[in-house]
Every structure is written in structure tokens, then in C-alpha cells.
Design a protein around this ligand. Structure first.
Ligand code: IMP
Ligand code: MG
Length: 181
């Protein structure tokens, strides 16, 4: 067990709670896509930890692919500007696709990615997120599967970083004061 970082104020969800909830959502997804093959698309780097844990809890055939984005949403003058820095390896045309996110906050990133993926002609396209912070939503975006709703505090762990650190924490924690965006 790694020592918790000094920047942690409190743990929101323990590793056990996260594991349990991912198993529940994995079962929901398995039921929804029963009899079909599912393509999970992860957004580098934040969703990698969630995607791998989730994929193990899904019992329909699963393929995975990844993309990476650059986000400029920290600039108040141009909120929500996102571009693809690394694209998928394969086509998604005609496939059942689930976009897997670490967190949906303002919704700009997820909306951009859903629109981009929809334009490629998948059979179905849905969104699954580990964390949902609906209190900060600016653009409306349907979230089909969510593990946890969280308060308006900056969080780390389970793939979520602060200055690229703490992604490897098994639990989800609130940072003491920093907010990096
Ligand atoms: P959105 O476009 O505002 O929905 O932002 C989503 C992205 O912001 C996520 O993919 C994260 O990379 C980042 N983000 C938002 N809130 C947090 C947080 O509390 N901790 C770490 N990263 C966050
Ligand atoms: Mg991030």
C-alpha cells in the first residue's frame, strides 16, 4: 500500500467502493450489449485505469482502442477547444462503440469526442464515465453509464491526475486546495 499523498484532503471513494461500483456498471453494460461485440474507446491518459478495470467486468466480446486529445479549455477566451492528438488505430464504422471517460466536467471534451466519433458511422455510440460532475456542466451531453456523481472539488486517483501525478492511486480523493484548471 502506497502512502497517501500529503495533498489529499479526504478520500471520496475507497478502492473497495470503486472496484464494487465498476463491477456493477460492467454488469449493466454486459446486459445492454448482450449478444453483440463492444468496442471500448479510452481517452489517454486519464481513462486507462478505469477502462482496463471496466473491461474485465464486461462479459460480452470486447475490443479496445485509444485516442489522445489536447485540451485548451483552461483558456477563458476559448472555452472547450479540443483536438485529437492521437487518433484511433482502427475504424469504428458499423460497430457498437462505448466512449470511456475518466470524468465529465463541463462536458466540452465529451461532446467533441462524441460528435467526432458519431461522424464515423458507428452502429451505436454511448458514453460511460467513472466520474460525473454535473454541477459544472456547460454543454448538455447524455451520459448512459456513470459510476459516481462527485461534488465540485478537484479530485485525483483512478487515472485522474494533478500535474500528471496520482493517476495510480486506487482510490478517489479530494485535493486540499489546488485546482489545476
Ligand atoms: P471537460 O471537458 O470540462 O468535461 O473536462 C474533462 C477533462 O478535464 C477530464 O478528462 C480531465 O482530464 C479534466 N478534469 C476535470 N476535472 C478534473 C478533476 O477533478 N481532476 C483531474 N482532472 C480533471
Ligand atoms: Mg487530465
Amino acid at each position: 500500500m502506497k502512502p497517501p499523498a500529503p495533498e489529499i484532503e479526504r478520500i471520496l471513494f475507497t478502492e473497495e467502493q470503486v472496484t464494487q461500483r465498476i463491477a456493477e456498471v460492467g454488469a449493466e453494460i454486459s446486459e445492454k450489449y448482450r449478444g453483440r461485440e463492444l468496442k471500448l474507446i479510452g481517452v489517454l491518459k486519464g481513462s486507462v485505469f478505469f477502462l482496463t478495470a471496466l473491461a474485465r467486468q464486461i462479459d460480452v466480446p470486447v475490443k479496445i482502442d485509444f485516442l489522445a486529445i489536447s485540451s485548451f479549455s483552461s483558456q477563458p477566451s476559448a472555452p472547450g477547444l479540443v483536438r485529437i492528438a492521437k487518433d484511433l488505430d482502427d475504424t469504428i464504422e458499423g460497430q457498437d462503440v462505448l466512449l470511456v471517460e475518466d470524468i465529465v466536467d463541463t462536458g466540452f471534451t465529451a461532446r467533441y469526442l462524441m460528435r467526432t466519433l458519431a461522424a464515423r458511422g458507428p452502429n451505436t455510440l454511448a458514453l460511460c464515465t467513472l466520474l460525473d460532475r454535473t454541477s459544472r456542466r456547460i454543454v448538455q451531453i447524455p451520459v448512459e453509464f456513470r459510476c459516481f456523481e462527485i461534488p465540485d472539488r478537484f479530485v485525483i486517483g483512478c487515472g485522474l491526475d494533478y500535474l500528471q501525478l496520482y493517476r495510480n492511486l486506487g482510490f478517489i480523493a479530494v485535493m486540499k486546495h489546488e485546482r489545476s484548471q
